[in-house]
Design a protein around this ligand. Structure first.
Ligand code: SF4
Length: 246
């Protein structure tokens, strides 16, 4: 008898893809609960800092997705942490879905299939030095810092999947943006990405409202044009605000 396999799901909803190359595409979102990182600005803390959610069987998730759009986004948290994600990805693609997997790119999940591996490596400004201390969970900051970049896993993901790289960048001062770009350059060099892959690299200004995002887009525009990076929009925030389930 086949064992019942499940994943802890924090939320699932149908919306349009808000970020990346497929922005605007109607999609079902399945958000797995649990993450190995604790980004200071995490916009889904109920799947990372304080994980919530109930277990759902893979059959139930596949049936729920079947009632929705062709595109499915498996996100988190960090879905690659959980081995059942591989079986779920296979079932969803076998059912005819286009599957995007959203990951920070720090762990490899054997057998996972994806039509688009949407990788969001975390820069040093993501490390929650003060926040972790304020919460009395000081150990989380060095844990995050040690885990946030894994070059071997990033290289393997890029070699094995159709990919995009999304970087959250700070744009409130030219110095902050320059510091973030230095880190991105180092990573792009270390991964030996060809220059014609630059348009698969997105700069996503940090921000949770229309005004700050628009200012961020404008601040990042020259850099995108000079280096052929893609400007990463956040359509869901413009449409719905900074709201869960969108
Ligand atoms: S990797 Fe993603 S889900 Fe995990 S803490 Fe960072 S932003 Fe949140």
């Amino acid at each position: 008898m086949r064992a019942v396999v499940s994943l802890r799901i924090q939320e699932r909803f149908v919306s349009v893809q808000g970020e990346g190359a497929l922005v605007g595409v109607p999609s079902s979102f399945v958000r797995v609960s649990g993450c190995n990182l604790r980004c200071v600005w995490c916009d889904t803390p109920r799947s990372s800092w304080t994980p919530e959610g109930d277990a759902a069987t893979l059959d139930e998730i596949v049936a729920w997705c079947a009632a929705g759009p062709r595109h499915v986004v498996l996100t988190g948290g960090e879905p690659m942490l959980f081995s059942p994600a591989a079986e779920l990805s296979q079932a969803l693609r076998a059912a005819g879905h286009h599957l995007t997997v959203e990951t920070a790119g720090t762990v490899w999940c054997e057998g996972l299939q994806a039509d688009l591996m949407s990788i969001s490596p975390k820069l040093s400004h993501s490390t929650p030095w003060q926040r972790a201390e304020q919460l009395g969970r000081k150990q989380l900051a060095p844990m995050h810092e040690a885990a946030r970049l894994n070059l071997d896993v990033l290289a393997r993901l890029i070699a094995n999947y159709t990919w995009q790289l999304k970087f959250v960048v700070r744009t409130s001062s030219p110095e902050q943006l320059a510091a973030d770009l230095d880190e991105i350059d180092q990573l792009v060099d270390a991964l030996e990405l060809p220059t014609n892959a630059r348009e698969q690299i997105l700069l996503m200004p940090e921000g949770t409202d229309d005004a700050s995002l628009r200012a961020g887009y404008l601040a990042a525009l020259d850099t995108c044009q000079a280096r052929n990076f893609r400007l990463g929009l956040r359509l869901h925030i413009h449409l719905f605000g900074h709201t869960p389930g969108t």
